[in-house]
Design a protein around this ligand. Sequence first.
Ligand code: PMP
Length: 403
Amino acid sequence: MTDIRSYFPLLSQTVNGKPLVYLDNAATAQKPQAVIDVVNELHASLNGNIHRGIHYMAEQCTARYEAARERIRAYINAEKAHEVIFTAGTTAGVNLVAFAFGERYVRAGDEVVVTEMEHHSNIVPWQLLCERKGATLKVLPLTDSGELRMDRLPALLSHKTRLLAVAQVSNVLGTVNPLEEIIRIAHAAGVPVLVDGAQGVQHGRTDVRQLGCDFYAFSGHKIYAPTGVGALYAKEKFLDEMPPYQGGGDMIKTVTFAKTTYADLPYKFEAGTANYVGAIGLGAAIAFLETLDAAALQAHEQQLLRYATERLQRINGLTIYGSAPQKGSIVSFSLSGIHHLDVAQILDKLGVAVRSGTLCAEPVMQRYGVTGMARASFAFYNTLHEVDALAEGLEKAKKLITN
Ligand code: PMP
């Protein structure tokens, strides 16, 4: 782990006079030097707007942008590179589908299904769509342990259901959802599935063809790439049939005031100057991940999860939310008698960064009857020693507030 950590320059800092213990990886992950170098290189010595110029700078940037697309295609095992659309992130990808899919397929009286564990980014775009179209949003509920009520799924899907949107991994409860089963059930009912991969893509390989999902959205910044870029995988059939989401440069074939025709895939869905620096950085992040032993890193993350769960459970008055047998390395909790914001603030003074609040998932807070939670989320560069620092920090917070 010492070796891995040395790739991430930010991790060796001190914060508030203490060594930084960065446990907010579900919010955003830190960047390896390889990604920082690529972004710097582009800004310092290789910059030209893609797909437009025929000069050296533009051509080089375009080639590298398209190479990044191909790298993502291979990484998630999409069939075709043009099924990968560059976006600003997961939220942008979900909004793209909610708008364009909605325009094409959703009518008054139709239904869209989400789950009770979704991040706001996978709820609100569907609510907006339902409002626009006079459709209804249906919700698949959770069990107390934070798993989807799979027994309720078949009855939620009907001839009115146009789409099911579900997280790969819950950003609060850590639950890894049984996607293959969900997709099988949905497809049997003729319902396409969008997977929010924001918390899944960084924890081992996702194969969109094996899953069979129709849409898969993720963010670069959570997979060690720059902020402001992400990708949306969509089956060609849908991309062909859906109207463009945004209009502008690059997404057209010809423009006249009488009629505009649209560019071929994937450009039909990439209006305006893309974040090509970010996209090339995302390619570099994936290239970096490909040099590592994914299975070993995942095993280490699971070890961190087990150790943190055991260690935190021993703290009197601490409640962990989410105990699914299949969990990503996320531990959300509350400490009785101490507000979650105070927990995070005291930990910050000790150099320990955790997230606190509603975690962009207010329905999950409502499900568990709390106003917020604190959350520690681990990446492969975290150590067992850092879990100890978290636990010790929590004991200190308890003493400070309850004495
Ligand atoms: N879905 C989930 C499950 C997430 O955890 C997040 C990020 N917290 C998002 C969607 C939104 O990601 P972004 O803000 O990068 O668009």
